[in-house]
Design a protein around this ligand. Structure first.
Ligand SMILES: [Fe+2]
Length: 296
């Protein structure tokens, strides 16, 4: 019996260490890791006497699950910084230019240092400034209840917001030691949908070359289709901010209201609030807010 007692003692100690660790990392209390750990702590604290084989197996299962959760935690932390950390949100007008994760010249000869410096220091900075300005102006509009310029500032919000968010992704999407192929789960997913990495690469390259005017090619994850997709974005907006997730949407195409409201979109919008399903919006929010990148 001594062996089992030692084991329980060891696992209890490990449980305590994990809690201290997550605490010290400032991991968000709403994170799945904490839920699992709380559950595990309850089980460990509920142990009254000697365990039977089933109880022991249950504990072992929890230990295994926690082990792989922690492994994932460290892998992700290494890759993209501490995404679980309860970092402050970006208040209106408080975006900052993220540092370039390597030297300006690091991507040479493929991209010159001169381009990188101009692109990052001037262009990206101007998106950050434009986004801050739009957010501040919309804050003032809300304070005053004056929405005369909402169309203009919404455009600015989308244009500069997409510029800031996409460039923030773009810098990290590149690395002096980059190139080659992805591996693991991403490669599997690419093969599953596009057939092979080469087919994906050909499609993505063509999409990029054929963007009309200026813009972006993007590989995206579609949470609804549950698979990858390749998109083009002309300029970078059509009034959207890439890298955001819609929570509440209102269709104001004429087909959505014309039969009943004719050209009175205002009444349609006013009455629409009576049918908003906030439970659904809350659910979408809870799920979407699990995704957190390092704030800039
Ligand atoms: Fe750019």
């Amino acid at each position: 019996m001594g062996k089992m007692e030692d084991y329980i003692k060891e696992v209890s100690q490990w449980n305590k260490e994990l809690r201290d660790f997550l605490e010290s990392e400032d991991v968000d209390k709403n994170n799945e890791l904490w839920h699992r750990l709380d559950n595990f702590t309850d089980i460990m604290e509920g142990i009254a006497g000697p365990l039977d084989i089933q109880e022991l197996e249950k504990i072992q299962e929890q230990v295994d699950g926690l082990h792989s959760d922690m492994e994932n935690y460290f892998t992700n932390r290494q890759r993209v910084g501490n995404i679980y950390m309860n970092e402050p949100y970006i208040a209106a007008g408080k975006h900052v230019l993220p540092p370039l994760p390597y030297d300006y010249k690091a991507l040479e000869p493929h991209i010159s240092g001169e381009i990188m410096k101009l692109h990052h220091d001037k262009h990206h900075q101007s998106y950050v400034d434009g986004l801050n300005k739009a957010e501040n102006m919309l804050q003032i509009a809300r304070d005053k209840g004056d929405y005369n310029l909402v169309k203009h500032w919404s455009r600015e919000l989308a244009f500069h917001g997409s510029g800031h968010y996409l460039h923030t992704i773009f810098w990290n999407n590149m690395n002096p030691k980059g190139g080659g192929k992805p591996s693991g789960a991403l490669l599997k997913e690419i093969n599953k949908y596009f057939g092979s990495f080469d087919r994906f690469k050909a499609h993505f390259s063509e999409a990029a070359k054929q963007v009309e005017g200026v813009g972006w090619a993007l590989l995206v994850w579609s949470p609804r289709a549950r698979r990858l997709e390749i998109l083009q974005s002309e300029r970078h907006m059509l009034l959207t901010q890439w890298d955001t997730i819609p929570l509440l949407v209102l269709d104001v195409w004429e087909h959505a209201y014309y039969l009943q409201y004719k050209n009175n979109r205002g009444d349609y919008v006013k009455n629409w609030w009576n049918v908003v399903n906030w439970k659904d919006v809350e659910d979408r929010y809870l799920k979407a807010s699990e995704l957190k990148w390092k704030p800039f």
